[in-house]
Design a protein around this ligand. Structure first.
Ligand code: NCD
Length: 506
């Protein structure tokens, strides 16, 4: 392998092809990235040179403004010897003419992009592109250089490398974060990384109520939320963010929030004299006052410089993985048969119970649905498995002994149709009271969904900035992960936002 010796010797096992979001990493991955980035620093500073440089091509497709991320990627790619092709600014690309992201990147991959570094306002855009390129059999590795308000994973590693110089164990400190926490994509993966690292960190969040952090980023962590800068007292780091003007629905909404927090000399004097002030930059609206820009506690330039060794390592890792697939399959739902009887036995029992029965010769019965839920379910099923006119016998408003509202239920009997497991699992999430029978060859099987971790090709992500809403091809492939935080949430596989099941399946 054409790595330089000192870097090679340091390399462990954990390498990744695509860099899409912090949720893909383990603790070991993060520590490994950081160790390698540390070893890469002399190469980033041109004190050492790669003796066997790479020849791959890195395409930088930046459809949103960037200085640090784009330029440090460019520098990193060139330092390891790669060819670079910058496509910078939306107007430089046919995306500006309305071309879907999918079509645009497939073309770039066809022009020998070995690594595609993508910045887009479309949330989940990089993940979608990485999966799609694999589906189209391109070997291209994709790096997410910022997707809307969602993620900026390479910045999180840059920030961690910076923090680690002061706290080598990456823990045992109080970490304040100020500003637009809802829309700042650098904050989200950084918090996820703290969680993955199991860092002993107290998090202090200071923001206006309009731009408060979404709760799922800090589940299970020690968090204090405030709206006053005084809450930062005692912090070992204060991470300042810009109010993300471009993400607001209206200028008025932005004006309401901007300028609320300024870290200036007075604030600095309130903080411990070992506290470091960080910012992913750009400092666009005076959120760190110029009077302290040169102060030694303000480490934003060190932070920006660290982007080069981090991105060198990530590029080297990806290039080493170009021949492999970057995605593990998500585990299928686990569905068990809890009872297995002959149809005669079942019919005999039902005859005595006076309950309405719709016999099915071969097919499925989805029973104990809340009354009127079948009106919603049938069109949803039709969207995935085609017209059900001739196979579904809906029965609405039946009496039931089950604890359903109004003592009424709906039932769908599907003749000649067996629902696939992932659809059964999705129905059980939408309608937890539903029961499923499979009737086949004179036997009736009672099915029970034991576990489900992902829902594919069903439902709709409510986030209007999600790639599944903004890319015509991605719209056909919604995907959600089932997560438990007290109750069940669905996390969009692409934009990472969390929703209740009733928001996804409407
Ligand atoms: C940030 C970004 O683009 O998300 N900057 C960066 O990449 N270093 C922060 C911002 O724009 O506020």
């Amino acid at each position: 392998m054409p790595f330089d010796k000192p870097v090679l010797e340091e390399k462990g096992e954990a390498v990744q092809k695509h860099i899409l979001g912090a949720s893909d990493w383990t603790r070991e991955d993060i520590l490994d990235f950081l160790d390698h980035a540390e070893a890469m620093k002399p190469y980033a500073a041109r004190e050492k040179l790669f003796s066997a440089p790479f020849e791959e091509k890195v395409t930088l497709l930046f459809a949103e403004p960037s200085s640090r991320t784009c330029d440090s990627y460019h520098e990193a790619a060139q330092l390891i010897g790669c060819r670079t092709k910058p496509i910078v600014g939306l107007e430089a690309s046919s995306i500006f003419k309305g071309e879907p992201l999918s079509r645009n990147v497939v073309t770039e991959a066809g022009y020998n992009a070995d690594v595609l570094v993508l910045r887009t306002k479309i949330e989940g855009g990089a993940r979608w592109v990485a999966e799609m390129l694999e589906a189209y059999h391109h070997h291209t590795a994709v790096h997410n250089a910022g997707d809307g308000s969602n993620q900026h994973p390479t910045q999180a590693l840059t920030d961690l490398l910076t923090i680690r110089r002061y706290y080598p164990k990456l823990g045992g400190f109080r970490f304040g974060i100020v500003g637009d926490l809802k829309n700042s994509r650098t904050v989200h993966p950084l918090l996820e990384a703290f969680r993955l690292l199991g860092s002993d960190v107290d998090i202090v969040l200071v923001s206006a109520p309009e731009v408060r952090l979404q709760p799922w980023y800090t589940y299970g962590m020690r968090v204090h939320e405030h709206d006053r800068l005084e809450a930062l007292e005692g912090c070992d780091f204060v991470y300042v963010t810009r109010v993300q003007h471009e993400r607001f629905a209206s200028e008025l909404d932005y004006q309401r929030v901007r300028g609320r927090y300024v870290v200036n000399r007075k604030v600095l004097s309130m903080l411990p004299n070992t506290c470091r002030i960080m910012h992913p930059q750009p400092i666009a609206d005076g959120e760190i006052a110029p009077e302290i820009w040169r102060h030694p506690q303000v480490i934003v330039d060190e932070q920006a410089r660290n982007g080069v060794p981090v991105r060198m390592v990530l590029l080297v890792d990806s290039i080493g993985q170009l021949g492999s697939s970057g995605f593990p399959e998500s585990p299928p739902p686990v569905i068990q048969t809890t009872r297995d009887e002959s149809t005669e036995e079942v019919l005999e029992r039902k005859k005595n119970s006076k309950l309405h029965v719709t016999p099915v010769d071969n097919g499925m019965i989805v029973d104990h649905l809340q009354h009127r839920f079948s009106d919603k379910l049938v069109p949803m099923l039709e969207a995935v498995i085609g017209p059900l006119d001739n196979i579904v016998i809906p029965a609405r408003g039946l009496d039931t002994k089950h604890p359903l509202p109004g003592g009424k239920k709906d039932r769908l009997s599907l003749e000649g149709c067996f629902l696939p497991d992932d659809i059964i699992a999705a129905i059980s999430l939408m309608a937890p009271t539903a029961t499923f029978n499979r009737v086949e060859n004179g036997r009736v099987k009672w099915l029970k969904v034991q576990s489900v971790s992902a829902i594919n090709n069903l439902g709709r992500c409510p986030n209007p900035m999600c790639v599944t809403r903004l890319d015509v091809e991605a719209a056909n492939f919604p995907k959600f992960h089932v997560v438990q935080h007290g109750c069940t949430f669905l996390r969009c596989h692409y934009c990472d936002q969390h929703f209740g099941t009733n928001e996804v399946f409407i």
